[in-house]
Ligand binder design. Structure first.
Ligand code: ARG
Ligand code: GLU
Length: 738
């Protein structure tokens, strides 16, 4: 689709200009093509993609996927909690998402007697389904463009701050008007860096119950070793249910609430996938940055990522070493290690991918074209943009570095943030903060103390402090602190042995006898003093400057985005009679945790020379990876027996194998976890849960040869529910298509 033909027009007068544009456009296509299957599309505007989707095999219309007047697939897709996607799969409000999305809830229902994380959990009846404190599920009722209302009559000469304030007020007004007299929630979100705005009207359900999850050796099989990696064998799913009041409307938890009857639920297709099949992912991608300048990309891969990666390498070494020698520490640090490693591994892949695709070079080439265009009358308003962006990134850099160093070095030892958290208690005690009474704040701190120490080991934390808090890996001082005139090294004994915060019992005793004046004891504590010092430095010096330059970059990026769109529009309209696919916009909006459709095809890939990966994995692969000695690769006897007997029921593929995962070219990112992966008919065939490591640069630059989303095959999910767990009642309420 990137190959266009031109007929050169012969008007004498404009021939030179036309030639220039032609040259410009041809080279433009070479440097900024929208690559096959790239894009996260707005459901409301899906009509523009319909032709392309159908040409690729989709049997649905845009209205089947999104419409407001009847029910459509969008009515079965939800935000699960704060950062994942889920989908409704029965008329009883049954919900599927990833195991790693339900992890927090599974963990909080687990205890030594009922270790659901390790052993799995299956509610045998509605009555056994467990209420989940704090968990919500959000449906999209409708979306609407509100750009005109947000931006109209805003003068170009307004300062950024005044502009931002007016926008804020308008947004508030639109949001509250949209939901007046309803139980809905309104949210207006900027698109294209604030060049467009959309209103989202949501319905939020708060009574969501935990229904089932496989044991971790299925739901997290392969653990962090296999994370971001294909071939993959993780059974990454968990099951919840939405409950509603007697009017089928959202209500806080109440034992009288009933399963919710959704407007739409997904049918599940058992026929599976073949290579090249059309698929789409419908969910909530969190954040991408596809339209950054070369300066922005450089700052990520040359400045931020290396510091983060290096610091986390050291932190993970320390944690993993401890986890390998002690069972307690393994439990305590499992979730922390997973989350530290998740970012660490992604950034390594992203940096490599950006280099491999020569993204900076390509952007520079593109910027030359853009610069050329700014010489033309329509490009004139954008003439200084790139230079200004370059300068702003230059000004941002030192604060960006300080920010990353604070996050990954100074704040890496957890005790620092924990001690800092007692500031509120001091302020409340001293009467400087009256939002809460002392007793209530003390109670909160007791809870925090219990929670903190549950998954904390002072020896691990101290080692992290020693290694990271003062030095970067390149041997640079992280911070120069004249702390009480004493050598910081010597303070560590103080921090980890003598401080009020160094022992749980000591701290809890202090809190249970707490009297107002005791805040002075906190303020005298060495560790507390240190935490106040580093945090206040961060809040006073790093954060405001970071925000200042970030705001400047944001507003430049808004103009740059506008310029890019105008430039392409101009080139397109000059040549529209010659372009195929003129319907598909060249620019899709960057992900912003709003509902999107990504579509593509099932496909293997070649990670490197002479290597090729198949598009699906099977239970055979689980048995090949099995290793009772390695935690991530333990396989339970029950699963082994099913494997040995080939007891796969109706879930096997045509070859008689038990499929586990598959990959496709759908463009996804964090937040898409748990998203339904659908086939040409709109039936559920999988659950999105990851990307391949070689493709993690897709948040910055997408490549159809390298970028794949990783999905759990729905047949493995059903096999585990049915054959492994025997939770037949769940299968019975789903609607299976064979
Ligand atoms: N990489 C996936 C995502 O970004 C899965 C993360 C959870 N799994 C894990 N092994 N840490 O969320
Ligand atoms: N695991 C990611 C999530 O939690 C999805 C993988 C990705 O970043 O694409 O959303």
């Amino acid at each position: 689709m990137n190959f266009y033909f031109f007929r050169i027009q012969k008007e004498k007068k404009s021939i030179n200009k036309r030639k220039k544009i032609l040259f410009f456009f041809l080279s433009f296509c070479l440097v900024f093509p929208l690559k096959a299957d790239e894009g996260m599309w707005v459901p409301l505007l899906l009509k523009r993609n319909q032709m392309d989707m159908q040409a690729k095999g989709c049997k649905l219309t845009a209205e089947d996927i999104y419409q407001v007047n009847g029910s459509s697939l969008k009515d079965a897709v939800v935000i699960f909690g704060g950062g994942c996607t889920g989908e409704v799969v029965s008329d009883q409000g049954l919900l599927l998402t990833n195991h790693h999305c339900g992890y927090g809830q599974i963990q909080s229902h687990s205890s030594l007697e009922h270790d659901y994380l390790t052993n799995g959990f299956w509610a045998a009846s509605l009555a056994e389904e467990l209420p989940c404190n704090g968990l919500s599920v959000t449906f999209l009722v409708r979306m609407e463009e509100v750009t005109t209302e947000v931006l109209q009559n805003l003068s170009e000469t307004l300062s950024e701050a005044v502009r931002a304030d007016s926008i804020k007020i308008r947004i508030k007004r639109i949001e509250s008007r949209a939901v007046e007299g309803t139980h809905y929630q309104g949210r207006v979100v900027p698109f294209y860096y604030g060049n467009q705005y959309y209103l989202f009207v949501n319905e939020v359900f708060e009574d969501v119950r935990f229904v089932g999850a496989p044991p971790s050796n299925i739901g997290k099989f392969g653990g962090d070793t296999d994370n971001w990696v294909w071939p993959r064998h993780t059974g990454d799913f968990s099951v919840f249910r939405i409950y509603a009041d007697s009017n089928n409307e959202p209500a806080p938890y109440n034992s009288k609430n009933q399963p919710y009857h959704p407007k739409k639920f997904l049918k599940i297709d058992l026929k599976g996938v073949e290579e090249n099949d059309f698929t789409f992912v419908f969910g909530y991608p969190g954040r991408t940055q596809e339209y950054l300048s070369s300066y922005g990309i450089k700052q990520i891969v040359e400045v931020e990522n290396p510091i983060r990666i290096e610091a986390r390498t050291q932190r993970l070494d320390i944690i993993k070493k401890a986890m390998n020698t002690s069972a307690l520490q393994r439990i305590q640090y499992a979730a922390k290690a997973a989350s530290i490693a998740n970012g660490w591994k992604k950034w390594i892949g992203e940096t490599k991918g950006v280099e491999r695709l020569e993204a900076v070079n390509r952007k520079e080439e593109y910027e030359k074209k853009f610069q050329q265009w700014t010489q033309s009358p329509s490009g004139l308003p954008y003439q200084g943009i790139l230079t200004a962006l370059k300068q702003s990134y230059h000004s941002l850099e030192p604060y960006n570095v300080m920010n990353v160093i604070f996050q990954e070095h100074v704040n890496a030892p957890e005790i620092v943030g924990f001690a800092y958290g007692f500031k509120k208690l001091c302020q409340v005690s001293e009467g400087l903060d009256t939002t809460i009474c002392v007793e209530a704040q003390v109670e909160q701190m007791k809870k925090r103390t219990e929670a903190f120490y549950k998954n904390y080991d002072p020896n691990i934390d101290r080692e992290i402090f020693e290694k990271l808090a003062f030095m970067t890996s390149s041997g640079n001082m992280v911070q120069v602190i004249d702390f009480e005139g004493i050598n910081m090294e010597k303070q560590l004994d103080n921090f980890y042995k003598k401080s009020l915060f160094s022992q749980k019992e000591k701290l809890l005793k202090f809190l249970s006898q707490y009297e107002k004046g005791d805040y002075k004891k906190i303020e005298k504590d060495m560790l507390y003093k240190y935490s106040q010092l580093v945090y206040s430095q961060y809040f006073a010096q790093t954060r405001p400057m970071l925000a200042l330059y970030q705001r400047r970059i944001d507003s430049l990026q808004r103009l740059y985005m506008k310029g890019q769109m105008e430039m392409v529009q101009e080139v397109k309209s000059l040549n529209s009679h010659l372009l195929a696919d003129t319907n598909i916009p060249v620019f899709y909006p960057d992900a912003n945790f709003t509902l999107r459709v990504s579509y593509g095809k099932v496909a293997g890939f070649s990670p490197s020379d002479a290597q090729h990966y198949n598009y699906y994995t099977t239970l055979n692969g689980i048995m090949q990876k099995e290793n009772p000695e390695i935690y991530d690769y333990v396989v339970e006897d029950k699963l082994k027996t099913l494997y040995l007997n080939k007891d796969y029921g109706r879930y096997a593929n045509q070859k008689g194998e038990m499929p586990v995962g598959f990959i496709a070219t759908n463009h996804t990112t964090g937040g898409n976890s748990g998203s339904p992966v659908l086939n040409a008919e709109g039936n559920l065939i999988g659950l999105n849960f990851d990307r391949n490591w070689e493709g993690t640069m897709s948040d910055i630059i997408y490549d159809p040869d390298l970028c794949r989303n990783i999905s759990l095959d729905i047949r493995y999910c059903l096999f585990i529910i049915d054959k492994f767990a025997g939770a037949h009642r769940l299968i019975e309420e789903m609607s299976l298509v064979e």
